[in-house]
Each structure stands twice: as C-alpha cells, then as structure tokens.
Design a protein around this ligand. Sequence first.
Ligand SMILES: Nc1nc2c(ncn2[C@@H]2O[C@H](COP(=O)(O)OP(=O)(O)OP(=O)(O)O)[C@@H](O)[C@H]2O)c(=O)[nH]1
Ligand SMILES: [Mg+2]
Length: 522
Amino acid sequence: MRTPSLYSQDDPISAALKPSPMETEAERTSRLYTEAEAKRVSEQIDDDLREERERLKKKKGDVKLLLLGQAESGKSTLQKQFQLMYKPTSMDQERASWTAVIYFNVVHSLKHILATLEAWDDTLDEDAEAQPTSTDDSQSIIPKKARGNGIADQPSPSTSLLTGSIIQGSPSSLMPSEAGGSHSHSMKEGGALQIANLRRRLSPLVAADAQLADRLSGGISVSGSGKGGVFVRSGWQARTIENALGRIKQKRPSAESEKKTREIEPQEPQDPLVQDVGRMLELSVQDIRELWHHPTVKGLIAKRKLKLDEWSEFFLKNITRVASPDYVPSIDDILHARIQTMGVAEHIFDVNIHGKSVTWHLFDVGGARGQRHSWVPYFDDANAIIFVAPVSAFDQYLEEDPRTNRIDDSLQLFTQICSNALLKNVHLVLFLNKTDLLKAKLDTGLKVRKYITSFGDRSNDYETVVQYFRAHFLQVHRRNNENRRVLYTHFTSVVDTKATQRIIGNVRDSIFRGYLQSAALV
Ligand SMILES: Nc1nc2c(ncn2[C@@H]2O[C@H](COP(=O)(O)OP(=O)(O)OP(=O)(O)O)[C@@H](O)[C@H]2O)c(=O)[nH]1
Ligand SMILES: [Mg+2]
C-alpha cells in the first residue's frame, strides 16, 4: 500500500508545510530524517495504545506477583531470572544498556577504593594491627584522618524485633589479618607511592562516575541513595539509549557527516559516553589490576576497613574481560550488575502451565526505605508475594539508616507484610537469599554472634546459621497468621540460574494452584 503523502494539495496547512522548491540536498536529508522520526513516534504511540487495550482486556484473569524486600536483597536479580525464563529474547535486546551499568559499577568501585585508601593515608594502619583482637575494636575501624573528629564509623546497637534478642550494631575489624607480616618503613612508603601514582593515572576514568550516573538516572537524583548508587525507573534501558542518541543528534554538525556516521554505525545505537569509558577502561586495565591486587588494598579488605559490595568484587575479578574492546555483557554479568530500582517496575510474562497460558504481572519494587511508600497501591489486588531477605547481611547496616542491622530491618519489614490486612489472603513465599555469600563469609571466619548476640554459642557453620535465621522468619509469620496461611520458604542464591529457575518453577506451580482455587476454576 502506498503511504499517503504528507502534503495534501487541498489542505492549506499541508501546503504551508510543503518543502520549498529551493530545498538543498542537506535540507532534504534533514527533513526526511525528521519526518521519519515523527512517523516512528506516532506508530510507537499507536502500538502502546493497542498494547494497553489488549492488557486491559486480559487483565481480569491475570496473576499479580509482588517482589518485596529491603534494598540490595536481590529482587531485581530475581526479576531478571523470570525474564530469562519467560522472555529470553528481551534480555538479549537489553544487553547494550547493561554495559553502561557495569562500567558504572566498576568506576564507582574504583572511586570507593581510592577514597578509602586516602582516608587511611594509602597505607595499612600498623598501630591498629598491634591492638588486641578480643576486646572492643571500634577504634581500629575509624580512618586515621577521621580520628579526633568524633567521627566513628560505628552504628549504635539496635533493638531487634525478636523478643529477648538484641541484634547488635557493632561492626568488626577483628578478622584475622590476611595481609601477613609487617611492612618495613620503606616498603610502606613505596606502597603509598605506587597507590598515589595509580590514583593519578586512574583519575580521568574515575571522573566519569558522575557522567555515567547522570546518564543512567536520566539526571534524576534521589536523596538517600547511600553509597552514591543510582536509582532507575521502569523502562530505563530504552531511555538510556534515547538520551544518548538525543545528545548525539544535537552534536551532529551536518547532514553529510550524519550520513557517514550512520553508514558505519552498527545496528544497535552506541552511546559515545559509554564508548569513551570503554576506551579508558581498556587503557587502564593494568592499573586497575595493580590496584585490585595491591597488598594495601588486600590488607584493608582483610581488616574490614575497606568493605566492597559483592558486585564490585565480581567485576574487579573479571576486569580483563570487562575492559576488553569488544566487551558485551554476558547473562552472568547482567545478573551481577547493580542498579537501584525507583518506585515500582512492572514486567509482564505469559506463563504456560498445563496447556493454559496465563499473563503474569511481576512488580519489582524499590526496597530502600524512601521507596517503600510506593508499594501500597499494589497490595490491593496482589495474588502472591515473594519476600526476599538476604541472609548474608548479618554484618551489614542499612544505607538509609546505618544504625539498623539489615537482618533486623528484614524481620521488621516481614512483620509488616505478614500483618498487613490488605495482604491477608495473598500467597506468601519467602526467599532466604544470598546463601552463597553467607557461606563465603562464614568460611572467612566471620562470627555471627559478634553481630547477633542472641546467636550465642551456637556453632558458626552454614547449616546452623541458615536454620537460625529461618526460625526467626517463621516465628514472625506464626505470630501474624490469623488466616493460617502457609509460608513457602526457599534458600536461594538468585545469581545461580539453574537453581533459581528450578525454584521459580516450584513457586509458579504453588502460586498457580492457589490461583485456580481462588478463581474457582477447579
Ligand atoms: N552473590 C550473590 N549476589 C546477589 C544475590 N542476589 C542478588 N545479588 C546481587 O546483589 C546486588 C543487589 O541485587 P538487586 O537485585 O539489584 O537488589 P534489589 O533488591 O532489587 O535492590 P533495590 O532495587 O535497591 O530494592 C546485585 O549486584 C546482585 O547481583 C545472590 O543470591 N548472590
Ligand atoms: Mg531492584
């Protein structure tokens, strides 16, 4: 079918918009580009409206599943596993947008490492090493530069929800030192000099932190985003690319050079900022490796003066691959990438079970305290909840409130969910998550009782610890269970695709049984 002409002979407005007969070749190319863009936007709006109509038509029998839990618990990672299982091609389409997130994770980690080193004068604090290791260790976690200012990196104890138990806010630096031996004075100075040089060489890369954050958040900053993380709203992947393209378009000097650019552009649009950071990473890879393996960095980590998030460690360990010029994020990389969710992001999947296709709406919420108010409107017609609690977080404190132990916060939040009247008939699933990290922490010798006094003299092995945490969540559920509903509990590591997909299948079946009963279909 012939596309109708934009410039009808009879219409005076069209006549006014008609291209001038004097139009140059460059003007013509530019006009055609603008017209094509307008047509694309108009068609996109039509598609969105059609999709919305379809959605409203189908919505009645749909399953609505909420992913709830504190920040960093693993909700979005679990959502990615659902996406992998039920919409794998969409994950492939998003790969390019994850490069920006992963570069941001790397650059931000470097910034954090260098800032911590600076606070410790780029050396290991030998005075602290000489301190006894069995009494109060609060002094040794205060960076040299902060001492005497009354700044203590130590939360005060917080009262747990659990009767008779106090979860203490007493972080430790009593890890056995892995740094090994004492450094001579000249070695110490040599180490500090190496770090100073690395800091200088890495400074252009670290300076890209703010630009990447701006690109990902679309310029929106959220107060209380803690470690300087970035919050993103639903649909950020497409917007990141569009923001970048918008900026490219403004920069393009002429239609001729635009044509050339398009000829060499691969299908997927490239963000020049991400390309620049990629090039800097490629040039800096040896420096990053040197910093990551530097004895002072390793020593500060061992003494818990430098605390790195799991994603920082993951990408720094894989830096050679991530910094390679033809880097494309793998699924495993995407599962480890960290970006904070803002508000509530809806994801829709068609789930087939027993020959019947049902539309599932998965709501992935922002878990930080400042985001939790946005959950309530979704409680009304929810069918099921997966509550995600990171059990590895027993030695960590909330970004939003550094006095609150993260397990304590999870238990408080779980109490609110279990006791909420709007949710009293909702199918309830509990994921005790990050079990891989819990195992790793216990393997390093970290003692649970240092942070959770009620743990007492129990054995510090994995099985005892997870069962102890599970018992506390079950207790919360029991005390808030007038309807006598079942709580389905799973020990998970949602970065492990095989294990998580098996659990998702299991959860899907149990939710579906409840769904069929409530829909009176059986
Ligand atoms: N090793 C490991 N890492 C995990 C696990 N679950 C999540 N992570 C990582 O933890 C980080 C935070 O996970 P997210 O899924 O972004 O957390 P969230 O609950 O969505 O956080 P908010 O959006 O801030 O509420 C990511 O870097 C994940 O890769 C796990 O079981 N094991
Ligand atoms: Mg999230």
